[in-house]
Write a protein that binds this ligand. Sequence first.
Ligand code: FMN
Length: 353
Amino acid sequence: MLRYLTAGESHGKTLVGILEGFPSNMPINEKYIALQLKRRRIVPGRSSRQKIETDNFEIISGLYKGKTTGAPIGLLVPNKKISPKLSQNSSPRPGHADFAAMLKYDIHQSALIRERASARETCMRVGLGSFAMRFLQLLGINIKSRVISLASADLNKSNKSITAKLEEAAKKGETLGGTFEIRVENPPIGLGSHNQWDKKISADIGKQLLSLNAVKGVEIGGGFKLAEMNGLDSIDGFEIENGKICRTSNMAGGIEGGITNGQDIIFRCAMKAVPGIKKGTRSINLKTGSKTLICSDTSDTTAVFAGAVIGEYLTALELSNHILKKFGGDSFDEIKDRLFLWNKQISKKLRKK
Ligand SMILES: Cc1cc2nc3c(=O)[nH]c(=O)nc-3n(C[C@H](O)[C@H](O)[C@H](O)COP(=O)(O)O)c2cc1C
């Protein structure tokens, strides 16, 4: 089983991550990890902080001479923007974890909540997810993402450029939500199981994606549209093409009954507009009861493009976990051989004259 944990604050000394259960002998180099971390930073909509944080990192365990060792992978991403003195403000920012967490943990400084609740943490998830992404790529499985909509505009149909939309929003001091899609190409058949609720891969990937800050909705395949369709149109029929059993569509998004069916896995996520707004949001000081206005000068204009990239790595972590559960094995070659054999057996079963 693959597990990961993160620690670290937004303006603390360093982000820390542990990836446990990762197989040995998988080749990976620092350049590859640096490239993945960069992908999260250089997308549209991000604040100036992304220029400060270059996400230089250090692998402190689990890697030797460019190959994983099977030991827990330890990753550090030191922050450049460190704030040893945090604001003493007791006003929770609406739309963030502040209010509920301040009451839950009996903490009077909203900054102490913000520091951990911030999406800076997702940098570490991309860092750890890089190992999973590489693992899948070497097994011939690719994960891609695309932003579908920004605010209410469909990016396929809109004639206004993304940059123009973002500039307009930034000028007005507004933030924008949107939707993005994650697609897994060439997944093996049979990951997950219908036999127990907590073995369904749909629920596991869904949990990863819902754990991403600001994600408020997740759909699989046809998703919410399926609710409006009749039964016949919403199922994926069977056909024989070129002597092989195949499917006529992919409304299920590659997962039926909690099991991958060999088609591309498709998830879509809805992200809210980030709640940190330049013009300010109204709050109340929990200590004094006085009304306050919280202005956020350093907020991203949108997190949708970054969210799409992060979603890829979260999906990679969960998919790798399911591959390890199904095929077992401790070293990369062992798993690769088992997957190869499995795919060969399945394709034999699907071949029909
Ligand atoms: C990549 C990314 C960047 C984000 N950047 C900001 C930001 O700059 N300002 C902000 O207020 N919220 C930002 N958010 C959203 C908040 O982290 C999130 O809305 C908040 O922690 C409350 O959590 P919830 O929306 O999941 O309930 C970002 C989210 C992601 C995924």
